[in-house]
Design a binder for this molecule. Structure first.
Ligand code: URA
Length: 441
């Protein structure tokens, strides 16, 4: 096999065989295929696509490129959830503890922030002492004892994705359905859970901007998961508006705790209840309706707060921050962003809100940048809200005052204020299972 020939084949719309794909991934991980050839292949896939068989072969080759998690010492059904990435998306911190409080274990491998989107590991690491680098035995012990643990993609797990993702990030080849599907599902298969619920975001703050593309991505991933013997489904959820009101690491942990106490924003609560119900259902706890009421009851009881605190403690963090979120250090500087006109918020460029938060220090501009955990944005007005000129749209927070000017500009560009109230937004658009796609009205 010559990599040149494979690039040529894909460039002309050819279909790669299983063997060609696995040799290509092996060669790339071994350093025998250089980045420039793999970049050309990624771009060829971006334009020519891959059929379902090719995407499945790519996923398996990537999943097997390194160590696979061994969860055999964890008792019972293990569930996993994965979001395709969004702004203000702190659902793992809510859904995981809720699910665990109902007796279903979650062994979760999470990622860091990417571009305009936040990452669960960065959010968790805003809690003093907490570590997400945990060895396999301790990880399984925590899942058995607490019901949930969250770790990073450790050591030699899915090295093919680590290399490919870094390459795609700098070659404008992230937003490709076969490449996202194989990246996410390779990690899910290597992580070893029995059931997987995918939260596929759609809209201005998602990698997939249209509902059509989001459903296609969800179908692709559910097909791969099902083929691999997992109980797998996907929810298509809204990312035209940031989820909840908090964007930024410790701000999002605080909002997650409020939500676990039943005091969270309505949109975030609704999405978390849907995801929790789907996870319980995938774990065989009952039909969706029954699982939804279990999730609601768990939320009302506040049981998830203790589970989250127990997980923080087990991972070396100071759990008193969960019981008393006032302990999180506030950012030294804060600045209000004021509405420039009267009217209704008729559009939000959610990606722009995520970029503004990253510009305040909540995200990384380069891979090696450190994070300002207290930086971010608290939204006071969102899509559909009526505003008067001078109302506070949001508060910006940062440890570096000089970052406000540019971030504020970017944030304001993300709001469109019009004369009439817009159509009400939706939270959940569709549910995709191996049996088909249900579109919610
Ligand atoms: N999240 C991933 O893990 N991979 C992608 O390609 C996109 C989002």
């Amino acid at each position: 096999m010559r990599m040149y020939d494979l690039i040529e084949k894909k460039k002309r719309g050819g279909v790669l065989t299983d063997q060609e794909i696995s040799q290509m991934i092996e060669g790339y991980v071994a350093g025998e295929i250089p980045d420039y050839q793999m970049s050309a292949m990624m771009m060829a896939v971006y334009f020519q696509g891959m059929d379902q068989k090719e995407t499945a072969a790519l996923t398996l080759a990537m999943a097997r490129s390194g160590d696979m998690a061994d969860l055999s010492s964890v008792r019972g059904i293990k569930v996993d959830k994965h979001s395709t990435g969004g702004v203000g998306d702190k659902t793992t911190l809510i859904v995981g503890p809720l699910t665990a409080s109902l007796g279903v274990k979650m062994a979760k491998m999470s990622g860091r922030g990417l571009g305009h989107t936040g990452g669960t590991l960065d959010k968790l690491e805003s809690i003093p002492g907490l570590s997400t680098s945990i060895d396999g035995d301790r990880f399984c012990r925590i899942v058995n004892e607490v019901g949930i643990a969250v770790i990073g993609q450790s050591g030699n797990m899915v090295p093919a994705d680590k290399k490919l993702y870094a390459l795609r990030d700098v070659t404008a080849t992230v937003d490709s359905i076969p490449l996202i599907a194989s990246s996410i599902m390779s990690k899910k298969l290597a992580a070893g859970s029995d059931a997987i619920v995918l939260d596929v975001k759609t809209g201005s703050g998602a990698f997939m901007k249209t509902l059509e593309d989001s459903i296609a991505l969800a179908r692709e991933m559910v097909a791969i998961g099902t083929e691999a013997g997992k109980n797998c489904c996907a929810l298509i959820t809204d990312m035209n508006v940031p989820l909840g009101n908090a964007i930024g690491n410790s701000l999002e942990v605080i909002e997650a705790v409020q939500t676990l106490k039943g005091e969270g924003p309505e949109d975030l609560t609704e999405v978390c209840l849907h995801l929790t119900a789907s996870l319980l259902c995938a774990a065989g706890k009952g039909d969706l309706e029954a699982c939804r009421s279990m999730a609601e009851q768990a939320l009302q009881s506040g049981a998830g707060v203790k589970v989250l605190a127990d997980m923080v403690k087990a991972q070396g963090g100071d759990e008193s921050y969960i019981y008393d979120t006032d302990q999180f250090a506030a950012a030294p500087f804060a600045r209000p962003v004021l509405a420039p006109a009267d009217g209704y918020i008729t559009h939000m460029d959610t990606e722009g809100c995520g970029i503004a938060s990253a510009m305040l220090g909540a995200g990384r501009v380069r891979k090696e940048d450190s994070i300002d955990y207290s930086a971010g944005i608290l939204l006071h007005k969102k899509y559909g809200d009526r505003v008067r000129k001078g109302d506070i749209l949001a508060m910006l927070y940062s440890s570096r005052e000089e970052l406000f000017e540019e971030a504020e500009k970017r944030f304001l560009q993300s709001y469109v204020i019009g004369d009439r109230p817009p159509q009400p937004g939706k939270r959940i658009y569709a549910r995709v299972t191996s049996g088909g796609t249900e579109i919610y009205s």
